[in-house]
Design a protein around this ligand. Structure first.
Ligand code: FUB
Ligand code: ZN
Length: 643
């Protein structure tokens, strides 16, 4: 860990995005997703699962007022994951235990969006939500509607399952985003009040607990950076040091009876202390949120050992647990990482949020060590698994992102019930859509980092960036033809480092450069233009033969984009297609046309092989994976048999 290598992402406020690919997504989020999600939070979408989120804040606001007036509220002692109209009192908390996080993610996305596009009406709506949130806050700073509505005596008694610190984490991320966008302090101040309560509650002399679902760690670091209050960083560090230490906190949580609970410490990444972890295990979203927090703390406190653990975990994900689409979390069982090289295509979980969390982890690793391996994964996840999470019209979403879909199997085989064949309007457990919105609106923050000597260009998103060292304008047609040009107006000499993606075999740069760890470093002394051309053409990509699901198969990629075959273009029974590696692959600006063969159907269940496969030549039409499922329910596969 070399402090000289540390860099920092460039805040959204200093970035204007103008990019043929990303601007459309940002507009989609602004025009469709954000308004749609607001309706969802208010339970106003016909046929969609109910959120109850806003309603919970309204209920909690009344109770908080009663409490401050000395009125003792009723208690609803149910203990559930999901509270529905059917299983609880109508006045009690409704929805999943972490339902509060949805409004926070929405506000965070609104904050990022307002920076690109000021919008008084939207800001007013967000202010109203913030008023609602602040009204629900107890005088001591506590804020989680589940416990405020149902039973304040149970606050912080079930950290393992009940997500109070998770909701706090999203609150903090939202508060910083909204403050950066508007300069308004109300939400930030109320978040700090809750953060202070958390710092006072959890420390060496008080409760030695830690979040069951991580995120508070990285959120506290963000809050520390926004406010300068060191105690937030210390509490993030405290949570990481406590996790996995013995005796296990979750065994003896305050007053919580776990007699019948079979505790799986791997699920919560609490099996050993993070500093001694070397493999990505357990619930995938929790994992990558923890690893992001670990990287943040390692960097802020220059903790070499913690960074070593992050590197080991990173290598394990990158080389043994990552789908070609940038998806992680191979099993539905615990929404979790599976064992090494276990990457089934048709059973994949690959949650949208998990890939988003992987991007968080990747950027933090990049900020410590500028090595292209992190940005390569960031880009892989972004262009594939993450974007697959949203329909082209921004109105429906995938939570799970499989690499192979057979609708009949999803409908008839309960092992594949999690594999949805079409995007859903909304989810009761709606973690993914708002996560997508906040990531897309802040895409600029993943594109560049800078330090005292260098500006790093990681993703090639077009726009204007104001760095410490000068103004940079990026013109990008990266995905179209691999061309990216930078116009640089420096205010001092500095080094400009451009990532050369590993997928790119040939590239040209119009200036002299030195290649280090996958970055081309260029000395900038005066105003200049740099033209970069990455050769981007379709290619056939194979997978390690330790991944049993992909033996004899391959997929097609172009640049960072993974392609897939859909039934609508190739007919039923995609398993019969065979990709020919000898013929050229054509790209027509949207689809890739591959040459191959289609086996004839053989209805004999068993037969003696005569050495011949009956097949006929065919063209295989491939669409970017992130766009699959936009033309109705149908079969889809990323991997094809290789001929
Ligand atoms: O527990 C909160 C969120 O719900 C997780 O991050 C998702 O995986 C889903 O389980
Ligand atoms: Zn999710």
């Amino acid at each position: 860990m070399d402090k000289n290598n540390f860099s920092q992402h460039i805040n959204q406020n200093r970035i204007t995005i103008n990019d043929p690919f990303w601007s459309k997504y940002i507009e989609l989020v602004r025009d469709e997703v954000i308004p749609y999600q607001y309706e969802a939070l208010n339970d106003r979408i016909d046929g969609a699962a109910k959120s109850y989120c806003i309603n919970n804040f309204v209920k909690a606001g009344k109770i908080a007022k009663d409490i401050s007036n000395g009125i003792i509220p009723p208690v609803y002692p149910e203990d559930k994951w999901e509270y529905t109209d059917d299983n609880c009192d109508k006045n009690s908390f409704h929805g999943w235990v972490f339902q509060d996080s949805d409004i926070y993610k929405w506000i965070e996305a609104v904050g990022f969006s307002l920076i690109h596009n000021p919008d008084n009406e939207l800001e007013e709506k967000a202010d109203q939500c913030i008023d609602l949130i602040c009204n629900a806050q107890l005088e001591n700073g506590y804020l989680d509607t589940l416990y405020i509505i149902n039973d304040t005596s149970k606050i912080f008694t079930n950290l393992k399952d009940k997500h109070e610190l998770y909701c706090f984490g999203h609150m903090a991320e939202a508060a910083v985003s909204y403050y950066n966008a508007t300069g308004k302090r109300k939400f930030l101040d109320s978040t700090c009040k809750f953060a202070d309560l958390i710092c006072n509650t959890f420390n060496d002399n008080n409760i030695k607990g830690y979040p069951g679902h991580e995120i508070a760690e990285m959120a506290l670091v963000k809050l520390y950076k926004a406010t300068g209050k060191k105690r937030y960083l210390d509490t993030a560090d405290f949570f990481i040091r406590q996790r996995g230490s013995k005796p296990y906190y979750f065994d003896m949580e305050r007053g919580y009876d776990r007699k019948d609970d079979s505790l799986d410490y791997f699920y919560n990444q609490a099996h050993v202390e993070p500093v001694n972890q070397d493999e990505a295990v357990g619930h995938a979203v929790r994992g990558v949120y923890l690893y992001s927090g670990m990287a943040d703390v390692a960097r802020e406190l220059v903790n070499e050992k913690l960074f070593d653990a992050c590197e080991k975990i990173w290598d394990n994900i990158e080389n043994k647990k990552l789908y070609v689409t940038g998806g992680i979390g191979a099993t539905v069982d615990g929404e979790a990482f599976s064992f090494n090289y276990d990457l089934p295509n048709d059973l994949a979980y690959s949650e949208t949020c998990a890939s988003i969390g992987l991007i968080f982890f990747a950027r933090r690793m990049l900020e410590i060590e500028p090595n292209r391996k992190y940005a390569d994964v960031m880009e892989r996840a972004l262009y594939n698994c993450v974007l697959s999470g949203m329909a082209e019209d921004g109105k429906s979403f995938f939570y799970v992102n499989p690499l192979e879909v057979l609708p009949e199997a999803s409908h008839k085989d309960s092992r594949k019930r999690h594999i949805k064949t079409v995007r859903q309007k909304w989810f009761g457990c709606a973690c993914c859509p708002p996560n997508l919105a906040r990531l897309i609106c802040s895409i600029g923050e993943y594109s560049f980092t800078e330090n005292d000597n260098t500006v790093f260009s990681h993703l090639f998103v077009g726009g204007r960036i104001s760095t410490r060292h000068g103004e940079i304008t990026v013109n990008s047609s990266y995905l179209d033809n691999g061309n990216v040009s930078f116009s640089i107006k420096p205010n001092e000499s500095f080094s400009f480092a451009i990532r050369i993606p590993k997928w790119c075999r040939n590239f040209s740069i119009s200036k002299d450069y030195e290649l280090i760890d996958g970055y081309a470093y260029i000395k900038i002394d005066s105003e200049c233009d740099i033209d970069v051309c990455f050769e981007i053409k379709p290619r056939i990509v194979c997978c390690s033969n330790l991944v049993r699901a992909n033996i004899g198969k391959a997929c097609v990629m172009r640049g960072p984009v993974v392609y897939c075959a859909e039934e609508i273009d190739n007919g039923k029974n995609l398993q019969l297609l065979r990709l020919s590696h000898e013929k050229e692959l054509d790209y027509d600006g949207e689809f890739i046309i591959a040459n191959g063969f289609k086996e004839k159907i053989n209805e004999d269940l068993y037969y003696d092989f005569d050495g011949k496969t009956k097949e006929k030549e065919c063209q295989i039409k491939l669409i970017p994976y992130c766009k699959w499922g936009n033309r109705g329910e149908n079969e889809m596969t990323v991997y094809l048999n290789l001929r």
